[in-house]
Design a protein around this ligand. Structure first.
Ligand SMILES: Nc1ncnc2c1ncn2[C@@H]1O[C@H](COP(=O)(O)OP(=O)(O)O)[C@@H](O)[C@H]1O
Ligand SMILES: [Mg+2]
Length: 308
């Protein structure tokens, strides 16, 4: 369980985090979604007891992060943004060392258990320095899981991983999230959508939106935008696309492709494809455009009637 109220952090004159309020429950994966500099890492450092807030309160696993930071650390697993791993240590020895620091009983058995959980048992005797980035990230996760924490705080857990590794690490987090409280940060919308039960969108130190992943998607996708490309000269393409009922905001792009949108839930791509082909064009591409995070923030902040 995480319970945050009025959390604020200033670095000198710079306010990095401003009056955050949110909760996360056991069995829930909550995503912190925001661009670089939004305040994700700062918040996570406060929640793990590594840094006090300037104002406000955070209760993690039942303890106050300032007043009872040792109790918090016993119950929280933390995967920092850059995992400080000792490259010249053997995987098993590193985890045993971390377990000893935490004074865990039966450390060696526990290390085997977490290595099994993260799928690294066969690399236990290898040097950390010889592992791929994805495997190192899993060592970091193993370290975070070592003391069976109630709460896991994962700072950009898939950053820098190749696509296969991303899939593996996400599966692992999903598994972990069934039992624990997980707060993870990401600057990737699809990761938040893919992994989280609930998303907090943070920008410039403030939460600008909070919702279930499904609701957020529905809110964001008031309209869907698509690019259509044809072979050769597409001079009249925009006019052709405009003829399809329900199509809005048709624009011709520099390369001759045409962009348009339609109300979400009513996919007009088949109609547009048919009409374009019937008109005599060779259809090359009909591609949905994802929204950038920046566009999402604009959308959400204007949606709430706040000033941008
Ligand atoms: N140790 C620090 N000293 C001063 N400013 C910092 C420090 N750490 C972060 N900041 C500033 O606080 C803001 C939030 O940073 P951070 O929490 O790292 O964001 P995120 O993790 O979302 O990228 C940024 O403007 C950043 O430059
Ligand atoms: Mg960060």
């Amino acid at each position: 369980m995480i319970k945050v109220s009025g959390l604020t952090k200033d670095y000198g004159a710079r306010r990095a985090v401003h009056n955050l309020n949110f909760n996360a429950q056991q069995g829930e994966i909550v995503g912190f979604l925001g661009p670089n500099g939004a305040g994700k890492t700062t918040t996570m450092r406060i929640l793990t007891g590594y840094m006090p807030p300037s104002d406000g309160e955070a209760i993690v696993a039942g303890y106050d992060v300032v007043e009872e930071s040792l109790e918090v650390r016993k119950r929280v697993g933390y995967l920092p943004e850059t995992v400080p791993l000792y490259t010249d240590m053997v995987v098993f020895d590193y985890l045993k060392y971390m377990g000893d620091l935490r004074r865990l009983p039966d450390v060696e058995d526990r290390v085997d258990e977490v290595l099994d959980m993260v799928g690294l048992l066969d690399r236990a005797q290898g040097y950390i320095g010889n592992l791929s980035k994805g495997m190192r990230q899993r060592v970091g996760l193993a370290q975070a899981l070592l003391h069976s924490p109630e709460v896991l705080i994962l700072d950009e857990p898939t950053i820098g991983l190749d696509p296969n590794q991303v899939v593996e690490v996400r599966e692992l987090i999903r598994e972990i999230g069934k039992e624990k409280t997980v707060l993870l940060s990401t600057h990737l919308l699809n990761e938040a959508q893919n992994l989280c039960d609930r998303v907090l969108i943070i920008n410039k130190g403030k939460i600008v939106a909070e919702d279930t992943t499904e609701n957020l998607q529905a809110r964001l996708l008031g309209a869907e935008r698509v690019v259509v490309k044809v072979r050769g000269d597409g001079d009249q393409l925009a006019d052709t696309v405009k003829e399809v009922k329900g199509v809005r905001k048709v624009e011709t792009l520099e390369d001759g492709a045409v962009e348009f949108e339609f109300a979400s839930g009513k996919d007009l791509r088949p109609e547009v494809a048919k009409h374009v082909i019937k008109t005599g064009y060779d259809l090359l591409e009909l591609r949905p455009l994802g929204m950038s995070l920046e566009e999402i923030f604009i959308e959400l902040t204007s949606y709430d009637g706040k000033k941008k």
